[in-house]
Design a binder for this molecule. Structure first.
Ligand SMILES: [Zn+2]
Ligand SMILES: [Zn+2]
Length: 93
């Protein structure tokens, strides 16, 4: 279905492979760590994907920061989630 392909291309999805058992495409939603810039998908188990970036608690695999993730959406780089704005303001000490 053409609409399905377009939707997948417009979103930032993980192109890693699921680990364990047999390899299948992940296609999970990608998140970016605002602390270190790492990008990866989120899985509810550790080492569940070859390009996993976050665990179930949104802890960054690269730097260990928790809750610093933001959705990666292609074509919407300027949009920041309102939820993280207050946190950034409160962070100026
Ligand atoms: Zn993945
Ligand atoms: Zn990080």
């Amino acid at each position: 279905m053409a609409n399905y392909d377009k939707l997948k291309n417009d979103m930032a999805i993980c192109d890693g492979e699921r680990l364990g058992g047999y390899a299948t495409p992940c296609r999970g939603q990608l998140y970016r760590c605002t602390a270190c810039g790492a990008v990866g998908c989120r899985q509810n188990k550790e080492n569940a994907c070859s390009k996993q970036g976050f665990d179930v608690a949104f802890k960054c695999y690269a730097c260990g920061a928790v809750g610093k993730e933001e959705l990666v959406a292609s074509g919407h780089e300027a949009s920041k989630s309102a939820a993280s704005t207050a946190e950034r303001v409160a962070n100026t000490d």
